[in-house]
Design a protein around this ligand. Structure first.
Ligand code: 26V
Length: 816
């Protein structure tokens, strides 16, 4: 008998013992009386112990080697569940499953109890979570820094077709993955005034006398890489008052006043801002940004000084990546800490700041670019405002010294926007304070150079660079789709799991094997059946798993054009009704996504999806040919169920608006075919996969740009030229889908004619044609599944390991 099974049995037994111990001594329950949630906690704690061993080893190693550290500053980490992620990366998933079966506990059932850690809005937050996992996998010494929001992104309920926001309470049952570090505390100050003093040598020194100070308390979550490669730390800050209770006030009888200060302090980490496309502009948001940036910088400087006698080599030992402009106050805060607290000369501090910081831009949408009013800045962060003015003055002086006097140029590159009330441009601040400024796909980076940062780019032509996004295959393939993963391992060997970038390509020849294609289609059907069950359970809608699952899941935004997809849905509905005998490909249109609470147009689009769904799903003429489903409360866990079940992936943003997209890569990895515009990373997908295995349509970003310049978005001519589009718009406008309120969509439709900013009408016919190509291929299953397999085979480049290797090599200088 071989050793292997024995060793494995021993592991299973050991894990079972560990879980029972946790259940007894940490949870305080005996197995007879344990609820499922108690088991969840016990299993998570047992898994965490395994991480802790690796964690400490890894941390010691980094110290010993004095390895360069990467600090990833992000207001969002959209993590999702961690149980399978941790077990799977530790190689313990099967062991745990077996161990629990022995205790009559079904691990899969327990998995579903874990709430999603939804500390992010969408793509930007999920990218941060994928990056953390990849950095651990690659052995990069990384620390994620963010906020431990008590409430993550709201839960979306759909009531009578309308979105309602409900409070999210992920911490209600505690969080077994985190360690509170009650001893890791930093003071964070706000407001007050600045006084100029002179030190012994007569040098002027600025002293900030703040009006208010709160505490930042650290909570650490270990992040384990694939096969336990290394374990990094995600450190999230919680805001606490300096004093829990103002005793003097309390004793004087002012009971409310005594706790008001506590409430004000703690509100900083109370809730995630749920908008991802319009600038919040609110004081609390700026407090959040400064709070976590200051705590993180104080923490990393202290760590640096523990290891080094000086801060002068900071840039050699630390790289700080700013995830969008949200942490960009770091430029001023680092300067303040270096100059005011550590007493470095301004020029030295500036050089260190620029050499240490790097900035990633994630959107070009003008309404999402952060600016803060000078007045608010002066009130909340008076010393920082002074520093920003100084940076701006040196910057403008340097340009003048270079002979640049053009008023338009100087206005464009200034840190202060003058024409819209005086405001600080955080994008320009991040740009100037960083040695690297990157976009997240080739097209996006190109547009950064030619639009928002055009003038700054001319002055600093080396600074802007591209790092096309990626996704972690561990979560998005291995955990989300075990049957497909097993097929890949059978076909390519287990090495595919360790290096899919290299090995996945070897799947190409399998695309020509009918037996493999059949098995590929089978595993898809398996996922579709599971999703059909979920749809049945949650919505009471029956869908046929054999029908084409046509899926668009993402935040609801006009530029993402869910409306275009809905217009196609109605066009298809009308065409089927007109000719029910035609050979239609049965389809299920699946939508999911949250709208920002204040984004009325996006909420109306959700209502429209639900209105169309009700009418279509109850119309016997299209039965069996078309169903429409809006799944509420899209989140990471729901994505893990939906994506493996998709046949068609909708990536149809107006060209030039989607910085990258990352769900496009997730769908492609599972072998869904993409219908999409030449936008964001769809462009790179096209290069990798081949345009003949995608359905590309629509105006290019250049054509979009030209229309924007001309001021004519061409809706009326598009409607005039397309009876189909006209019929669709008339039906929606006339109340066919809203008989209870026939005027509901009049405004929505009428606004398109003068101002179809996202070119829904202009692209409609091209989209309809592309959808006909989809149907045609669907009717040729051999070719459909050949393309599907090739999509999976050619998606290796989109691993976030590749992305992180590029950051580490080209921005951070952190490759061993
Ligand atoms: C902006 C704001 C404005 C203030 C209120 C809170 C808030 C939160 C987020 C944002 C910026 C969102 C930018 C964003 O999520 N961009 C997405 O980033 C993905 C990762 O790079 C990329 O794949 C998506 O295309 C891009 O839209």
């Amino acid at each position: 008998m071989s050793q292997e099974p024995l060793a494995r049995d021993a592991q299973v037994a050991a894990f079972r013992t560990a879980v029972l111990e946790k259940l007894t001594y940490a949870v305080g329950k005996d197995p007879e009386h344990a609820f499922d949630h108690d088991w969840f906690e016990a299993i998570a704690l047992a898994a965490r112990d395994h991480m802790v061993d690796h964690w400490m080893d890894h941390t010691r190693q980094i110290y010993r080697k004095s390895q360069k550290r990467v600090y990833y500053l992000s207001l969002e980490f959209l993590i999702g569940r961690l149980l399978y992620d941790s077990l799977s990366n530790l190689g313990l998933l099967d062991i745990a499953r077996e161990a629990m079966t022995g205790l009559d506990v079904d691990l899969e059932r327990i998995r579903l109890l874990e709430p999603d850690a939804a500390l992010g809005n969408g793509g930007l937050g999920r990218l941060a979570a994928c990056f953390m996992e990849s950095m651990s996998t690659l052995g990069i010494a990384a620390h994620g820094y963010g906020i431990r929001y008590e409430h993550g992104l709201f839960r979306q309920a759909v009531v009578d077709g309308w979105q309602q926001e409900q409070t999210e309470n992920w911490l209600d049952f505690g969080n077994p993955w985190e360690f509170e570090r009650a001893e890791v505390i930093y003071p964070i100050s706000f407001g007050g005034s600045v006084e100029t003093r002179h030190d012994e040598s007569g040098q002027p020194r600025q002293v900030w006398w703040p009006a208010e100070t709160v505490r930042a308390v650290a909570y650490d979550t270990p992040v384990v890489g694939w096969r336990g490669a290394s374990v990094n730390t995600l450190r999230l800050w919680r805001a606490r008052a300096l004093e829990e209770l103002h005793l003097e006030r309390f004793n004087a009888g002012d009971h409310l006043g005594a706790v008001a200060e506590v409430a004000r302090a703690e509100s900083i980490s109370r809730v995630l801002y749920p908008a991802d496309s319009t600038e919040a502009g609110q004081e609390l948001r700026l407090r959040q940004e400064y709070f976590f940036v200051s705590a993180s910088l104080q923490d990393l400087l202290r760590r640096h000084l523990n290891m080094n006698p000086t801060l002068l080599n900071l840039h050699e030992k630390a790289a700080i990546q700013l995830n969008d402009t949200h942490p960009s106050i770091a430029v001023a805060e680092l300067m303040r800490l270096l100059v005011d607290q550590h007493e470095l000369p301004w020029d030295t501090a500036w050089q260190l700041t620029v050499d240490t910081l790097a900035y990633t831009n994630h959107t070009l949408l003008p309404e999402a670019l952060e600016t803060w009013s000078v007045g608010l800045m002066e009130r909340m962060l008076p010393r920082h405002m002074q520093i920003i003015y100084l940076i701006n003055a040196f910057h403008i002086d340097a340009l003048r010294a270079k002979g640049i006097h053009d008023f338009d140029v100087l206005r464009a590159v200034s840190l202060i926007e003058e024409d819209n009330g005086r405001r600080v441009r955080m994008g320009n601040l991040a740009f100037l304070g960083s040695h690297s400024v990157n976009g997240v796909s080739g097209l996006h980076t190109k547009l950064m150079r030619s639009t928002v940062f055009a003038e700054l780019h001319k002055l600093y032509p080396e600074r802007i660079n591209n790092k096309t996004n990626g996704i972690t295959f561990r979560r998005w393939l291995y955990q989300a789709n075990p049957p497909l993963t097993r097929m890949l391992v059978e076909a390519l060997g287990p090495e595919v799991l360790d290096d899919p970038e290299k090995h996945l390509r070897r799947l190409e020849p399998f695309a020509d094997k009918p037996a493999f294609r059949k098995a590929f289609a089978q595993q898809r059907l398996h996922s579709k059946k599971a999703l059909a069950n979920l749809i049945q359970e949650r919505l009471g809608i029956t869908v046929d798993p054999e029908a084409m699952f046509d899926v668009q899941v993402k935040r609801i935004h006009e530029y993402k054009r869910q409306l275009l997809n809905l217009l196609h849905t109605v066009a298809l509905y009308q065409a089927i009704r007109a000719e029910p005998g035609t050979h239609w490909a049965p389809r299920v249109k699946i939508f999911a996504g949250k709208a920002a609470a204040s984004y009325h147009q996006a909420k109306l689009i959700i209502k429209l999806a639900n209105d169309i769904a009700r009418v279509v799903n109850n119309d016997p003429t299209v039965r069996g040919l078309l169903k429409v489903v809006f799944l509420p409360n899209y989140n990471v866990s729901l994505a893990e169920s939906i994506i493996p079940a998709a046949d068609l992936s909708e990536q149809i943003s107006t060209a030039g608006y989607e910085a990258s997209g990352t769900s496009n890569m997730k769908f492609g990895l599972h072998g869904a075919l993409t219908i999409g515009t030449l936008d964001g990373a769809n462009v790179e997908m096209c290069e990798q996969v081949g345009a003949e295995h995608m359905f590309i349509f629509g105006l290019t970003s250049q054509q979009v740009e030209a229309r924007k310049r001309s001021g004519d978005f061409g809706a009326s001519s598009a409607i005039g030229a397309s009876y189909r589009l006209n019929d669709v718009l008339q039906a929606i406008r006339g109340g066919v889908f809203s008989p209870d309120d026939p005027a509901r969509y009049v405004g929505l439709i009428d606004s398109l004619v003068p101002y179809d900013r996202f070119l829904v009408c202009a692209d409609f016919d091209a989209y309809w044609e592309a959808q006909r190509r989809v149907e045609e291929l669907w009717h040729d299953p051999q070719q459909w599944w050949r393309s599907a397999v090739l999509n999976t085979a050619r998606m290796g480049w989109f691993s976030s390991d590749r992305t992180i290797r590029e950051y580490a090599g080209e921005i951070w200088n952190a490759l061993e």
